[in-house]
Design a protein around this ligand. Structure first.
Ligand SMILES: CC(C)(COP(=O)(O)OP(=O)(O)OC[C@H]1O[C@@H](n2cnc3c(N)ncnc32)[C@H](O)[C@@H]1OP(=O)(O)O)[C@@H](O)C(=O)NCCC(=O)NCCS
Length: 190
């Protein structure tokens, strides 16, 4: 049932208390991937999580079925000079990746536990996180070996900017994607 799922917003001041929940859901959702892919290891994720939650403007939405967390989405605005676009392999006009701190919200993570997949919960987490944003656009990275996830984001209105491989050990090749946001009008352009 999705109708009973409650969405709760969080910010950086709550990150420390939320950390065990976020790590627990990640460890469960990425258990298979972590067996073969060092980039998916919970330790690497924990490092990334601490980096993201410390960023100015970090926001998170967690979905709950009664008291049980079912998944979450989080991200933060990209600051001027961000490293996000470093590793972009596709040539794009310089202005495309020029960040001001208020132009682009980076959706860093979206995950849903198995029993709540294909219920609309992932889309609700995504929309609940993004509809309140004031930026013009959002960006995310999707692993190129996960074409169904890429197609899912396309069906939600995301477009593909190009190829990007973060300059991190074991990083896969990603599609860098963009979504136009419509601040004040529901956010995700729907
Ligand atoms: C991505 C996610 C939130 C979407 O949830 P949803 O809207 O309920 O959609 P589904 O779970 O049905 O996923 C859509 C399709 O992508 C596939 N898929 C989802 N995550 C995948 C992954 N990590 N790797 C490969 N394929 C994946 C699903 O198997 C499904 O394929 P199917 O239609 O043949 O069954 C959820 O699948 C999830 O939590 N996946 C694991 C974490 C993840 O990959 N997050 C995205 C990071 S960019």
């Amino acid at each position: 049932m999705t109708t009973g799922i409650k969405m709760r917003h969080y910010t950086g001041t709550q990150a420390r208390a939320l950390r065990p929940l976020l790590l627990g859901v990640y460890t469960e959702v990425y258990a298979d991937a972590a067996r073969t892919d060092p980039f998916a290891s919970p330790d690497r994720f924990a490092e990334g999580l601490d980096h993201w939650t410390a960023r100015p403007g970090w926001t998170c939405v967690v979905g709950y079925d009664n008291d049980q967390p079912v998944g979450y989405a989080y991200g933060a605005p990209l600051p001027p000079g961000t490293l996000w676009w470093r590793g972009l392999l596709t040539q794009v006009p310089a202005d495309t990746t020029a960040e001001t701190g208020t132009r682009t919200y980076a959706l860093s993570e979206l995950m849903v536990r198995e029993p709540w997949r294909k219920t609309g919960t992932a889309r609700r987490l995504h929309d609940t996180l993004l509809t309140v944003r004031s930026e013009q656009r959002a960006t995310l990275l999707v692993d190129q070996t996960h074409p169904k996830v890429h197609a899912l984001y396309q069906s939600w209105g995301w477009t593909t900017l190009g190829d990007l491989r973060p300059r991190l050990p074991d990083a896969p090749l990603f599609h860098a994607m963009l979504l136009r946001l419509t601040p004040g009008a529901g956010g995700t352009g729907r």
